[in-house]
Design a protein around this ligand. Structure first.
Ligand code: J2J
Length: 536
């Protein structure tokens, strides 16, 4: 059994009685389609098409192959795959086995994967040969040295057959079962604001509820063709309603390697895609591309564009229906739980100016001031929340949990919002020490700690600065140890890269300073630092 902070008994009973928690594992999503529409197309990936029966059969075969190799319920796995059909085959195979995976982003590098592996102590690692870390066995060997229980490293597209051989393997059947529905199904990744990346345990019960409710709000049905062009493992693309919502409704997931518009537009046209999910920075690129009437014509089948992950300017939001020819839905969610949607029948004003309202009537939202006292509607405050699919604690992080989850179980999201009288939220800023770089989250402390390892760096502070496309980019403010030190941006960037950090976390800009401004209590005054940093 994998440890996690459970909901208090009374809440759990309430969520069960209300039908939020059904006691069903996430594998039910596939199993019901194998009965209802086994021959419908579940996934389109390049030239490959997988039916529901095909997807389930592959997941089942892989689960059996892994069981024969000793993987059992309660084990964990670290998975890093790009947007390919195997992502879902592996995900469901592990769920069938009761093995809880964490899906690292494909942009993650040695440092992130090692941090996750150290926390999870996985028995299994699955990677892809097209990623620098899994092209050779060097990284896998280094992981084995740090994770004593690591028994298997499987690589997709490996010369020796790797993962694919297991998906095709026939052998003696072993009895397997998913973990109980009220237990951990898998781990989500936190955007983070601390030095170490945090893991979010998600149970079958809570996640399945969020998927069903999301599919309902977005009115998914078997005719839905959903373009997944952002990382498949991200909470948005997996559950809001994401691929799991589409599978639940019996629709089709069309996989794209990236949100780059020309490739996506071709896929939309070829597969008559009806719905897509993007971050704001990708919408800007889509709007530019759709200025060409021939390109715009490729979007004829698109009915709904979901936008979330970062602040979406009202002026851009207003252009979506006009220039892309589809409805807009704003989505404000988080891997920790709470997801807000504008509704498909909302007024234009709501859709353009708010980030929606919570998906569930059981979501509880408190907008509070710095002392934790609720503020009136319409007044800016800190968003805190609890509910049937909002976690109660990060994995093995008691100190951090004590800071972000209050005595009543409300999670402090770190987002500054305004709530309208009818419950719609508008995101106005954040208090967490995080940079939201076009939807990719960077924990300032993590990068600062890496910079401080450099012998010539005395102080380091990572702040956000405005960026026309990404919304925000990062700027590292550095105080060198010795005056006149030849500490240059390329050198520091190279130093960070060598430490094995994801490319999107490398500071976009560097500023060399004599000293950092301090607050009254002696902490770096990032508000002042941001105000004084004028970088275009
Ligand atoms: C402003 N900020 C937003 C929005 C997220 C659906 C959609 C997104 C995520 C996600 C997700 C925002 N406007 N529309 O998990 O299921 C910022 C907030 C939030 C943080 C969460 C989903 N939508 N944000 O982005 O865990 O700061 O989840 O707390 O990656 O992104 O980031 P993440």
């Amino acid at each position: 059994m994998i440890e996690f902070t459970p909901w208090p008994q009374a809440d759990a009973e309430r969520y069960r009685a209300a039908g939020c928690w059904l006691g069903l594992p996430l594998t039910d999503i596939l199993e019901r389609q194998c009965i209802e529409r086994p021959d419908a197309t579940a996934i389109l990936c390049g030239e490959r098409a997988l039916t529901y029966r095909g997807l389930d059969a592959r997941a089942a075969r892989l689960a059996q192959a892994l069981a024969r190799r000793g993987l059992t319920a309660g084990d964990t796995a670290l998975v890093q795959l790009p947007n390919v059909a195997e992502f879902y085959i592996v995900y469901f195979a592990l769920l069938k086995l009761g093995v809880a995976p964490v899906n690292a982003l494909f942009s993650h590098q040695r440092l992130e994967l090692t941090a996750y592996a150290q926390q999870l102590q996985p028995k299994l690692v699955i990677g892809c040969a097209s990623h620098a870390l899994f092209g050779t066995s060097e990284f896998a060997d280094a992981l084995r040295a740090q994770v004593p229980g690591l028994a298997h490293v499987l690589v997709l597209d490996a010369p020796d057959g790797g993962l694919a051989a297991l998906v095709d393997e026939e052998g003696a059947a072993v009895a397997i079962a998913p973990s109980p529905a009220h237990q951990v199904a898998f781990f989500q990744l936190s955007g983070g604001s601390t030095g170490t990346p945090k893991l979010i345990p998600r149970t079958h019960d809570d996640y399945y509820y969020s998927v069903r409710r999301s599919a309902e709000i977005c009115r998914l049905d078997p005719a839905t063709r959903f373009l997944c062009a952002l990382p498949a493992g991200h909470n948005f693309l997996l559950s809001s309603p994401g691929a799991l919502g589409v599978f639940y409704a019996g629709g089709t997931v069309v996989l794209a390697p990236s949100p780059e518009p020309l490739g996506c537009f071709a896929l939309i046209e070829r597969h008559a895609v009806t719905m897509a999910a993007l971050v704001p920075s990708a919408v800007v690129l889509w709007l530019q591309a759709a200025a060409d009437p021939a390109r715009r014509a490729q979007l004829a089948s698109l009915r709904l564009l979901q936008v979330g992950g970062a602040s979406f300017a009202e002026a851009l939001a207003r252009r979506v229906p006009q220039e892309l020819g589809c409805a807009l839905q704003q989505v404000f969610g988080m891997a920790e739980g709470l997801v807000n949607y504008t509704r498909l029948d909302d007024t234009d004003d709501r859709v353009y100016t708010t980030q929606g309202r919570p998906m569930s009537e059981f979501d509880e939202v408190r907008v509070v001031d710095a002392d934790g006292v609720p503020v009136p509607d319409g007044v800016e405050g800190l968003l805190t929340t609890r509910g049937p699919y909002t976690f109660r604690g990060y994995y093995q992080a008691p100190e951090h949990n004590a800071r972000v989850i209050d005595a009543d179980g409300f999670y402090a999201t770190g987002d500054l919002v305004r709530r309208s009288a009818d419950g719609y939220l508008t995101v106005v800023g954040r208090v967490k020490d995080q940079i939201n770089r076009g939807g990719e989250k960077i924990a300032a402390e993590e990068v600062e700690n890496l910079l401080l390892r450099h012998p010539d760096v005395l102080h380091a502070a990572l702040i956000s600065v405005p960026h026309p496309l990404l919304g925000e980019m990062s700027c590292a403010c550095i105080v060198p140890r010795a005056a006149g030190e030849e500490l240059r941006a390329p050198l520091l960037r190279k130093y960070l890269r060598e430490q094995g950090v994801a490319e999107f976390k490398l500071p976009d800009r560097f500023r060399m300073l004599d000293k950092l401004p301090l607050t009254a209590v002696g902490k770096t005054d990032k508000v002042r630092l941001r105000a004084e940093t004028n970088i275009q």
